[in-house]
Design a protein around this ligand. Structure first.
Ligand code: SAM
Length: 475
């Protein structure tokens, strides 16, 4: 039997099944324990986070007024660390060739009717130009696992192509990568290629379920997959993005596993995950969601987002276009810091609309609005859509980013960067109505920059953008 040890490099010791079961028992036994719950809420107010056990009690808590307090605290923590900024990104699907047998994913090897596509470098250019013309600056690359069709060299070449394209005032300034678990050597190559975050969803932390859900292919190796973030860190990538696919196993199990993973990365590498994603299983080609009986409703989903926010206050949280406008609206203020906009999950879907009988997409989108509609919608709710990519370009990754968060300088750094990148968007891509709302928002938000010198410089930069045609200012 394995023993729980957050410092171990062995998957079954840092994500320890027995420890999760004990955690869930503890949470269940204390879900009405008002005194303990109060103490945990007080502890969470210190903004130093909570352990997987503590956060699991809050997740299980079913005392209505305490849950209200949990939501209020999550909202406050979100405001304190992230203000009202929401970072924008888009996924870019490079290839849906895949040799894995993931039972929930339409790209699985046995799906013979999904059209298989892989973008050439020329096609990538077209996609990137289309994305730049929408206003995107940050991408998440997606690809199936297939050493023949999508070897690491292909991914590296694609990253190079993406960074090289400068169309009008456009540029992709940060490429995050969501590809299958790989070797330390390959992670090093990705780092050298200048990637932002390496994203890999655990799918499920429950080893037995994992094996059932991944019956064939390289991804069926639970330990190799679970230990991937350690190899990424070893390869020099210090911004990693975790996540589980909610709906595959019991959410409380996944929640505890996710936080144990964060604790493990902190214990071994001194820095937890840069982001946590909260995808939910969606209908897709050859996938019937009714075959999976652990789906979670919107209330539980909101509770999970709030409890993650409280447990790991510095970690960014991402929600994709899998979720509807309504759900996104509900969870944005509870802790989400990044959302996608105008997304296509098909290979080549930005440059050209696919004919209905040639659908290569990974899953159905719930939020089909354009980026401009999303930007305006966010601003109408008083959020600042941010296209900022400054931190990693200034070398503020890993623990250096975390120290910026902890130093309280975010309002003098991230806030002005968000406003300046929003200004770029308004100048170059926004519809007139969006521009009007955005200009007012920027004027109002400049007043919230505490440092007078920074404020002056922002005003000067904004003027140089508007009247001098200059771009890409950042702190
Ligand atoms: N191939 C890589 C891997 O296996 O990690 C990464 C790319 S894969 C395109 C990205 C993610 O899509 C997977 O990690 C999985 O969580 C998610 N996904 C797969 N099928 C899905 C579905 N039916 N609904 C929602 N998300 C799904």
């Amino acid at each position: 039997m394995y023993h729980y040890d957050p410092k171990s490099r062995n998957a079954e010791e840092f994500i320890n099944h027995e420890e999760i079961l004990e955690t869930l028992d503890y949470a269940e036994a204390n879900k009405h324990n008002a005194e303990l719950i109060d103490a945990l809420i007080e502890k969470a107010k210190l903004r130093k986070g909570l352990s997987h056990r503590e956060a699991s009690v809050l997740l299980a808590c079913d005392i209505e007024e305490k849950n209200e307090e949990i939501y209020r605290l999550a909202e406050q923590i979100k405001k304190d660390f992230y203000g009202n900024r929401i970072v924008m990104f888009a996924p870019l699907y490079l290839s849906n060739y895949c040799i894995n047998g993931c039972t929930y994913c339409p790209y699985h090897l046995k799906n013979k009717h999904i059209p298989r596509k892989k973008l050439s470098q020329e096609e990538i250019k077209k996609e990137v130009i289309a994305l730049q013309d929408m206003g995107h600056k940050r991408l998440a690359l997606e690809a199936g696992e297939d050493p023949k069709h999508n070897p690491i060299e292909y991914i590296l070449e694609s990253i190079k192509t993406i960074y090289s394209i400068k169309h009008k005032n456009g540029a992709i300034r940060r490429v995050n990568v969501n590809i299958a678990a790989t070797t330390v050597e390959n992670y090093r190559k990705l780092k050298e290629a200048g990637i932002g975050t390496y994203i890999l969803f655990q799918e499920t932390y429950h080893k037995d379920s994992y094996k059932e859900l991944h019956p064939t292919g390289p991804k069926s190796d639970y330990a190799y997959h679970t230990e991937a973030m350690d190899r990424a860190m070893e390869g020099g990538i210090d911004d990693v993005g975790c996540g589980v696919l909610f709906g595959l196993d019991k959410y409380r199990y996944e929640f505890a596993g996710l936080l144990m993973h964060a604790e493990h990365l902190e214990a071994v590498w001194g820095v937890g995950p840069h982001t946590i994603s909260v995808p939910r299983l969606c209908p897709a080609d050859d996938i019937d969601v009714n075959d999976f009986d652990n789906s979670i409703n919107d209330d539980i989903f909101a509770k999970i987002v709030a409890c993650i926010r409280i447990a790991v206050p510095y970690t960014g949280m991402i929600i994709s276009t899998r979720e509807s406008q309504k759900t996104r609206e509900r969870v944005l203020h509870l802790g989400i810091s990044q959302i996608s906009g105008g997304s296509r999950t098909s290979v080549g879907g930005y440059a050209e609309e696919e004919p209905a009988d040639e659908d290569s997409s990974q899953f159905d989108l719930s939020d089909r609005r354009t980026l401009d509609e999303i930007v305006k919608w966010l601003m109408d709710m008083d959020y600042i859509p941010s296209f900022c990519t400054a931190c990693y370009r200034a070398g503020r990754t890993g623990d250096r980013f975390m120290s910026l968060c902890k130093s309280g300088q975010i309002q003098n750094c991230c806030h002005p960067n968000a406003l300046m990148t929003l200004k770029e968007y308004l100048e170059d891509y926004a519809a007139p109505a969006t521009k009007e709302v955005g200009e007012k928002l920027i004027l109002k938000e400049i007043q919230n920059i505490p440092n007078e010198k920074v404020k002056e410089r922002v005003l000067q930069y904004l003027d140089e953008m508007e009247n001098g045609g200059k771009r890409d200012f950042r702190f």
